[in-house]
Ligand binder design. Structure first.
Ligand SMILES: Nc1ncnc2c1ncn2[C@@H]1O[C@H](COP(=O)(O)OP(=O)(O)O)[C@@H](O)[C@H]1O
Ligand SMILES: [Mg+2]
Length: 152
């Protein structure tokens, strides 16, 4: 999947502030429009992006408001959308545990622990790389079949 040719790419960086969640959703939505997704596909991709961006804000940069989030969007060959969301925050000690459905390190904040499960259910692949005190990057891909191949 990741050795597919890159056809188009955007990169941007913005402060890890919840006011930028909508920006990230809109950016990805506008960029992925090149693949002519359905409204359902767009909605699912935006939800996955929201979960990843929220995690950078509430977990990655917990207690330090000055971090940035980097977003990379790519159109890969074969109609694949690639999204990378990266923070340089606290990192995750145990990625496997963090990705388990219902696991949250913040139960007192009434977090559901379903962010990664949502990303995995809405995207074809989700890959998480993290180093303690260095940060976390989440790479997600989803194939958007052309209208002619859509299964109605
Ligand atoms: N960007 C991140 N930086 C640090 N920790 C993270 C990050 N994203 C996720 N985590 C960790 O993974 C856990 C699970 O994330 P998630 O499935 O979204 O559930 P929730 O956000 O509801 O806790 C979080 O509770 C947190 O401990
Ligand atoms: Mg979450």
């Amino acid at each position: 999947m990741f050795n597919l040719k890159v056809i188009n790419e955007i990169k941007c960086s913005f402060p890890a502030n919840s006011r930028n969640e909508g920006l990230a959703r809109s950016l990805v939505s506008a960029f992925s429009a090149q693949l002519d997704p359905t409204a359902g596909e767009i909605g699912e991709i935006k939800t996955a992006v929201s979960e990843a961006v929220t995690n950078c804000i509430v977990h990655g940069y917990r207690g330090c408001a000055n971090g940035n989030i980097e977003l990379v969007g790519r159109i890969l060959e074969d109609n694949v959308l690639y999204i990378k969301i990266r923070d340089k925050g606290c990192g995750i000690a145990d990625v496997k545990q963090a990705m388990e459905p219902l696991y949250t390190s913040a139960p007192e904040e009434e977090r559901a622990g379903l962010g990664f499960a949502v990303m995995e259910s809405f995207m074809d692949r989700v890959s998480v790389k993290s180093s303690l005190n260095k940060g976390t990057s989440v790479i997600m891909t989803r194939k958007i079949p052309p209208a002619s191949e859509r299964q109605e």
